[in-house]
Every structure is written in C-alpha cells, then in structure tokens.
Design a protein around this ligand. Structure first.
Ligand code: GLU
Length: 305
C-alpha cells in the first residue's frame, strides 16, 4: 500500500500546479502550493502514508461535519433538523440562499457557511468560548491527537477579513435563525475553521465516520451509528461544495474538502483518508487531492456505487 501511495503521489504531483491558493483569507495564500501528502487509516488498524502527511494546515470547511456531529450529540437528529436541513444547495459554500424573500431552516445546508454558522449556536455551552472548546475537544478525541489546537494567525486573518460571513450571519439573525450575539457566534465559527490539523488527523476522523462512530483500535464508541450514517449521507451529496455530483461519479465516497487544501474521505467500513494539497480549483477543492482520490478509488475499488 505504501508503494501504491507513493506512486499516486508521483502521478498526481503535476496537478498541484493546476490550482491556485485560496487568497480571500490572506493567511491561506502563504501556503506552499507544492505540499502534497496522503494518510490512510484502515479498519485492520494499519496506517499508510506518503509525502507531507504531517504538515499542519487549517481544517476550514472540514470542521463542518464535526460541527454537525457535535450538534447531533448535543441535541439529537430531530432538534438539529429543526435548524438545518439536508438538501444540497448546488451553490458555492458562501452563497446567500436568498432567492424568494424568505429563508427557511430547511434550506440551510450544514456543509455550507450559513448552515455551519447556525450550527455553532446548537453546541451546548454557557459561552461561545466554551462551545468552541467542546468542539475542539471532540476534534482531538476523533483524531486521537490531544495536541490539535487553534492556528491563531489564520483565525485573526479570517476574523479581520470575513465580511461575507458576517453578511451571512446577520441575514440569519434577521430571519430569527440565530438569536445570540452575531459577533460571538461568528467568533466561534472563525475559530472552528482555524483548527490546525494534518492528513493523519483527517484520516483518523474519517475513519471514525467509516467505523460507525467507533474509534480505531480501542473500538470505543464516540457517537451512535445513526449519526455516522446521517453525516456520511450529507457528505456524499454536498461535502465537495458544488462539485459533489462530479466527485460522487468519479470517486464515489463521502468526503469533505476545505479551502485550506485538505480533504477528508470516508470509505464506509474500510478506511479514513486524509489528503493535503493547497492548490484549489474554482470551487474550492484541492485539484491534486481530488485526482489522488480518483486514482485511489479506481485502484482499490473504493466507490460505494
Ligand atoms: N473559513 C472558510 C470560510 O468560511 C471556510 C470555507 C471553506 O473551507 O469552504 O470562508
């Protein structure tokens, strides 16, 4: 397997030149576009890796499935469904879902920004600092890595420039879909996106989703199996932004990407995969990362379809 990964890394490396670094969050534009790493955690407990798989980057949108898990663990499916729906928007992650003078909770998708901002309010905790700490703890537990922490520089960079997310959050407030102080909710969201991880962390988190909510090796249950099915189904239909259909056809597994260049893929019952390559396509997905997953899926028959 290590050999296969090395071969895929070599074959797909030229694609790192085809994308562009995200620059709307100034700090993200400082990444090295040549970085490329893959990490796999398999159900037999084996791990395989290649390239820059321990290089740190910010989780960005890949925190959305973790936010959804935390919201589900704190409130259950029924209550979460009262606030965010499950239908794909088919629109970019920061789109304003505002076409007919109304905004309904069923239109909020948890894998795009509006839904994610709304989910921050669903985490239990007396303060937004406490809510964020609980989310961070869950991330550490799923990844089996207590040293995961916030990247302060990226957090400050996003907070200073996040006008679009502010606009989205105020729109949510206008329609009564968030009740708390908008700046506090946003602060939690910006921090959540700035959690620093590496491919190994993403592979382990993906593995727990692939393993019906149980940690690798110990088998300890973190969340009920039905939450894994719920989150994986949503990842399948909208985890790769408005490129999710194409990804379903070409790769065929639930996955989530982030503008930091990471992708977390979930191969139900088999493995979790973490990939990092920060050069993105126009939709915000890592170009080389998608290519690597496509190749991996063909060689290992990963598609669930
Ligand atoms: N922090 C980013 C934003 O809200 C996350 C976007 C993403 O990774 O898709 O703009």
């Amino acid at each position: 397997m290590d050999e296969l990964l090395e071969q895929i890394l070599r074959e797909c490396a030229p694609y790192t030149k085809e994308g562009a670094l995200a620059n709307y969050i100034p700090e993200l534009a400082k990444a090295d576009p040549n970085d490329f790493g893959i990490f796999i955690m398999s159900s037999d407990g084996r791990t395989n890796r290649t390239g820059d798989c321990h290089k740190p980057f910010t989780i960005q949108s890949i925190v959305k499935p973790i936010l959804l898990l935390q919201a589900l663990m704190d409130n259950g499916i029924e209550e979460v469904r009262r606030h965010v729906g499950v239908e794909a928007t088919g629109k970019p992650f920061d789109a304003i879902n505002y076409s007919d003078q109304s905004l309904l909770s069923d239109h909020l998708n948890p894998m795009v920004n509006m839904g994610a901002i709304c989910m921050c309010t669903l985490i239990k905790g007396d303060t937004y600092q406490e809510k964020f700490e609980r989310l961070l703890q869950l991330t550490r537990r799923l990844a089996g890595n207590d040293s995961i922490c916030l990247n302060e520089t990226v957090y400050r960079s996003e907070k200073a420039t996040g006008s679009k997310n502010r606009a989205l959050a105020y729109l949510l407030k206008t329609y009564g879909m968030i009740r708390d102080d908008v700046e506090e909710v946003l602060d939690c969201y910006f921090r959540a996106c700035s959690i620093q991880v590496c491919c190994a962390d993403l592979a382990r988190i993906g593995f727990v989703l692939a393993n019906h909510g149980r940690l690798p090796i110990s088998g300890e249950r973190v969340f009920p199996s039905e939450y894994a099915s719920y989150v994986n189904a949503i990842l399948m239909t909208c985890g790769m932004y408005d490129g999710s259909g194409e990804f379903a056809v070409k790769v065929g597994v639930p996955a989530k990407s982030g503008v930091g260049g990471g992708i977390m893929a979930v191969v139900p019952t088999r493995m979790g995969i973490g990939i990092y390559s920060p050069a993105l396509d126009g939709k915000g997905n890592s170009v080389a990362g998608i290519k690597a997953l496509e190749t991996l899926s063909q060689r290992l028959y990963l598609s669930i379809f």
